[in-house]
Write a protein of this length. Structure first.
Length: 368
């Protein structure tokens, strides 16, 4: 089946990307609909004009022509996805990727060239968002590690104030501590939202100042209220021997202080390797470990514990919901029972989780 003679011409004319042909003097002799939509110049405004009209400078045009004449991959007269800049009718400069060929007559003299150019602003934006997403995840992780320390210390401070303050002082200090706690929860909500936005790749914006836009970090929907299941008894964890593993020593010390307050015997390790060394020398009732660590991640540590001490329960904790390396998923598939998906860790939730893993019968009674 033969195609109509004008089939390919109509195809090129209607292509959504930019297609422009010029003669040997650089005069535009073909300018398609895609070029008009992207650059803003009509065919009447461009046909017969010099191609310099769509370049921000003569040097930029010379750079493209030099690349074409030099060729690439052993093919002189051709370029593929060569990045340059075009100028729109409004004067806006846009990044494009050109694939083009020189045209020659039978004697090898240049007749002109024809090029296909793609607007790569969308591609650049996606790359930027991907990079910003990785930065956001890392930032959220680091902030939540610090929040973990602050929340745990605040909990201990509240208990201390309750013991030593007079009635009048207790009212005043409690209001101050509640104010701090409220702001910490706001920061926690923001870091969680940043992680969600980075994972989903979607976010809303709102005007900040003088027309500048900023990401809207408010929650998309109100959080579900937590189940009111009470708190565990003051001595429920007494006597338990726990190992806390985190490469952030601030988190280790904070969790140690919190759990020692529950009369637990707590050891800390700044890495998975250090944790293994301690496990070889001492016995523990439970291991509480971070997921992201440089020398031995949470999954590797969990597998080692499972192999060498199969009866020893373990809890993994991560500073954000996003699990890029699937550490949580792989560990759960291997039998991991308990995961804390975000920091700061709720102290009561952590205590209940430890109780459930170490003293199952008491956990049932506490729940009842």
């Amino acid at each position: 089946m033969s195609l109509p003679p004008d089939y390919f011409q109509k195809l090129v004319e209607s292509c959504p990307d930019i297609i422009i042909a010029v003669n040997r003097s650089g005069t535009v002799i073909f300018y398609n609909d895609g070029a008009q939509r992207t650059l803003g110049f009509t065919q009447e405004e461009m046909l017969g004009k010099h191609v310099l009209e769509i370049y921000p400078s003569r040097d930029e045009a010379k750079k493209v022509m030099g690349a074409m004449r030099g060729g690439e991959a052993g093919a002189p007269g051709k370029v593929c996805s060569f990045e340059t800049v075009f100028k729109t009718k409004k004067g806006e400069e846009i990044p494009v990727a050109i694939s083009a060929s020189m045209l020659y007559d039978a004697a090898g003299a240049e007749l002109g060239s024809i090029g296909y150019a793609k607007d790569i602003r969308g591609i650049r934006r996606r790359e930027q968002l991907e990079t910003l997403g990785e930065i956001a995840i890392g930032m959220s992780h680091e902030i939540n590690n610090s929040l973990e320390v602050l929340v745990n210390q605040l909990d201990l401070l509240q208990q201390y104030i309750g013991r030593v303050a007079s009635d009048e002082e207790y009212v005043i200090e409690s209001e101050r501590l509640e104010s701090v706690e409220t702001q910490l929860k706001k920061i926690q909500a923001i870091t969680c939202r940043i992680s969600e936005m980075a994972e989903e790749g979607e976010y809303g914006t709102k005007e900040y100042h003088d027309g500048h836009m900023m990401a809207d970090l408010k929650e998309k929907r109100p959080p579900k209220p937590e189940e009111a299941d009470g708190t565990i008894g003051a001595s429920a964890l007494e006597g338990l021997k726990l190992l806390v593993v985190d490469d952030d020593m601030g988190v280790c010390c904070s969790l140690r202080d919190l759990l020692q307050k529950e009369r637990c015997a707590v050891e800390t390790a700044a890495s998975g390797v250090k944790a293994m060394e301690l496990l070889e020398r001492k016995s523990f009732d439970l291991v509480l470990s971070d997921v992201v660590m440089p020398d031995m991640d949470g999954y590797a540590l969990y597998k080692a514990v499972q192999k060498n001490w199969p009866a020893l329960p373990m809890i993994l904790m991560t500073a954000f919901y996003y699990d890029k390396d699937h550490v949580i998923k792989r560990s759960c598939l291997e039998g991991l029972q308990c995961v804390i998906f975000k920091k700061p860790i709720d102290p009561d939730r952590l205590k209940k989780m430890i109780l459930k893993q170490c003293r199952k019968e008491e956990a049932v009674l506490e729940h009842d």
